[in-house]
Design a binder for this molecule. Structure first.
Ligand SMILES: [Zn+2]
Ligand SMILES: [Zn+2]
Length: 265
C-alpha cells in the first residue's frame, strides 16, 4: 500500500528544472533523477520510481529530440526509488547500467535490502517505509560494475566517490571543474521522513533517509568526505539543489551536529 501511495503522489507532481546547461533535474515528488551531458553524449543518473519512465522519456524527447537515448544509466545505489524504472528503460534502450560493485548483488537478484525501519521518525514517509519494496531486482543482462579508478563511463569529466553508510555501495558523483556534486542519498536537503516537508519542498539539510540507512558511523564519514570536497552546488536525491554559501553553511552544520541532525532519535 505504501508503494502505491508513493507512486500516486509521484504521478501528480512531476517536474523538471535545468540546473546547469548540461544538467536537467527531474523530480518525482519524493525522489530526483538527472540527465547529465549534451545531445552528443549524456547519461541518466538514477531512474525514479516504477511509474517514472514515461516522464523521463518525455524529458529526453523535449531536450534531445525524438529517438534519442542516453549512452548509459548510472545508479547511485539500488534502493527502489532510484532503480524504479531501470528494468523498463535498460530493456528499451539496451544500454549498460553502472553501479558500485558492492551494490551489484541488489540489482542482479542475489541480495535483498533490509525492510524499512518505521521507528526512526514520526513522519509519514518513515511510517510507510516497511511497505516499500526492498527485494532485489534482476537486470543481470545490463548491469556492470563501475571501474575501480573512479572514472565514470560516458561521464568524462566526473568521478564517482564511494560514500557508504546509507547502503554499502552507495556512490556520489563529483565534477572538479565546477565543483558540482550529485550527493544522491549521502545527505538530503529536505527532511525526507516527513511527507509534509517532501511535498512542500521545504529546504533543510539532513542526513541520509533514516528509515533505510544501515551504518551511521560510515554515513557520517561519507558526509565529511563530501563536505571536504567543498562543493559549490549539491544536488541530493531528496530535496532541492543547494549552492554557494548556503550549501557550505548547511554542510558544516550537518558535520558539526551530525548526532543531533542525522541520527534517529
Ligand atoms: Zn536510498
Ligand atoms: Zn533515496
Amino acid at each position: 500500500m505504501g508503494n502505491k501511495m508513493v507512486e500516486a503522489l509521484s504521478a501528480i507532481a512531476t517536474s523538471s528544472q535545468e540546473v546547469l546547461p548540461d544538467l536537467l533535474l527531474m523530480n518525482f515528488t519524493i525522489v530526483n533523477a538527472c540527465l547529465v551531458g549534451t545531445a552528443k553524449n549524456y547519461v541518466l543518473v538514477d531512474t525514479g520510481l516504477e511509474n517514472s519512465a514515461d516522464y523521463i522519456l518525455q524529458c529526453i524527447e523535449n531536450r534531445f529530440g525524438s529517438g534519442s537515448k542516453p549512452q548509459a544509466i548510472i545508479l547511485t545505489h539500488g534502493h527502489f526509488d532510484h532503480v524504479g524504472s531501470v528494468i523498463k528503460l535498460s530493456e528499451l534502450w539496451k544500454i549498460p547500467v553502472y553501479i558500485h560493485k558492492l551494490e551489484m548483488p541488489y540489482i542482479t537478484g542475489k541480495k535483498d535490502y533490509p525492510v524499512g525501519d518505521p521507528t526512526v521518525d514520526d513522519g509519514l514517509v518513515a511510517k510507510l517505509s516497511p511497505t516499500f519494496p526492498h527485494t532485489s531486482i534482476d537486470i543481470t543482462a545490463y548491469a556492470a560494475a563501475l571501474p575501480e579508478d573512479g572514472n565514470v563511463p560516458e561521464m568524462p569529466e566526473w568521478k564517482w566517490i564511494h560514500t557508504p553508510g546509507h547502503t554499502e555501495g552507495h556512490i556520489s558523483l563529483f565534477r572538479e571543474k565546477d565543483r558540482v556534486l550529485l550527493a544522491a542519498d549521502a545527505f538530503s536537503t529536505t527532511k525526507q521522513e516527513s511527507l509534509m516537508s517532501v511535498l512542500t519542498h521545504s529546504k533543510q539539510i539532513s542526513g541520509p533517509p533514516k528509515y533505510l540507512t544501515t551504518d551511521w558511523k560510515t554515513a557520517e564519514e561519507s558526509i565529511k568526505h563530501l563536505r571536504d570536497l567543498k562543493p559549490s552546488l549539491a544536488i541530493a536525491s531528496h530535496g532541492e539543489p543547494m549552492k554557494g554559501e548556503e550549501l557550505t553553511r548547511h554542510l558544516d552544520m550537518l558535520v558539526d551536529n551530525f548526532n543531533e541532525i542525522a541520527l534517529p532519535v
